[in-house]
Design a protein around this ligand. Structure first.
Ligand code: DGY
Length: 327
């Protein structure tokens, strides 16, 4: 029997690639840039499975171009690039990569927080420029992190990993989420639940850890920035459209907030020009989960979901298991 056909929009890493090659006839997109849309549509035409990144839009157009498709394995925990309802309607399973990137992403959220508070990129630039004239009392004074209040919007797996790290800094942790956590989890994390506006008003650092849904789009806009302390910083390692970038730029212009550190943007890879060139803003290219260990695990997880489906098992990370019901 011939092997099922898979299109992978990335060459992946050695271990997951080996795993896939054992089971499938895999067509890998092997170029450094992302595949152009017309190429993607062409390459999925005869495929049974698709392994893709969050840069690929999986919608009706793609599903129509890929009539044999049975699974879309997204190499990301977020799957806002996938029209899940359209997939379910066509009995196409969608899988993601939850869990494996939580700690790595939380590390990076902390890196952003520390970097913007303590102005380390400005320091790096000063040293490299050759203009550093030596130690001075008021040079590059930033904001303390230890002992401050960390405000988390979203306390899922990544938010909790961020909260755990705050213990070493002796911080108070306050949070808001649509569902309040059980008391024992709050206790373990030393996290106090409060209304979103109260989190915004009290936090010295507001860090976002929500998925992108219609309800979370522009969760942070002008009214929310207006509630923050003028000394507070915004950290975003979730999804770009959660922040209204134009409103953020206006808040920075008006010194409504002290700064921002962003790993994600509203229209990636474009960045609002008002964010570039500001010393109190840190910009990173959507790299919070980018450790070699984690990215390899994410790719392996996507491969395992495809393998499970074709072995007659339920893909462990199916986000729409109802798509598995008989046609
Ligand atoms: C995800 O997984 O959703 C990230 O944005 C990339 O790690």
């Amino acid at each position: 029997m011939s092997k099922p056909k898979v299109f992978s929009t990335h060459p992946l890493f050695e271990a997951p690639r080996k795993l896939l090659d054992e089971h499938f006839a895999v067509d890998y997109w092997d170029h450094p840039e992302r595949p152009p849309r017309n190429e993607l549509l062409k390459r999925v035409a005869d495929k049974d499975a698709l392994i893709c990144l969050l840069t690929e839009k999986i919608n009706d157009e793609l599903l129509t171009a890929a009539p044999k498709l049975r699974i879309v394995a997204n190499v990301a925990v977020g799957f806002d690039n996938v029209d899940v309802a359209a997939c379910t309607q066509r009995k196409v399973v969608v899988s993601n990569t939850p869990g494996v990137l939580d700690e790595t992403t939380a590390d990076f959220a902390w890196l952003l927080l520390m970097a913007v508070a303590r102005r380390v990129l400005e320091g790096d630039q000063l040293v490299r420029s050759g203009k550093w004239t030596g130690w001075n009392l008021d040079q590059l004074c930033g904001a303390d992190v230890w002992g401050k209040t960390l405000g988390l919007l979203g306390l899922g797996r990544i938010g909790r990993a961020v909260a755990r790290r705050s213990r070493g800094f002796g911080m108070r942790v306050i949070y808001h989420d649509t569902v309040r956590l059980p008391a024992e989890v709050e206790k373990e994390l030393h996290a106090e639940f409060m209304e979103r506006d109260a989190v915004l008003a009290q936090a010295d650092f507001v860090s976002l850890h929500v998925p992108l849904f219609p309800e979370t789009r522009h969760l942070m806009s002008a009214p929310q920035f207006a509630k923050m302390k003028p000394t507070a910083f915004l950290i975003n390692a979730s999804r770009g459209p959660v922040v209204d970038e134009a409103a953020l730029v206006a808040a920075l212009d008006a010194r409504r907030i002290a700064g921002a550190a962003l790993d994600v943007f509203e229209n990636e890879p474009k960045v609002h020009p008002g964010l570039v060139g500001r010393s109190n803003v840190i910009l990173a290219p959507h790299m919070a989960s980018a450790s070699i260990e984690t990215r390899t695990r994410m790719a392996a997880m996507a491969a395992e979901n495809v393998i499970a489906l074709f072995a007659g098992r339920r893909p462990p990370n199916a986000v729409n298991p109802e798509a598995l019901e008989a046609k």
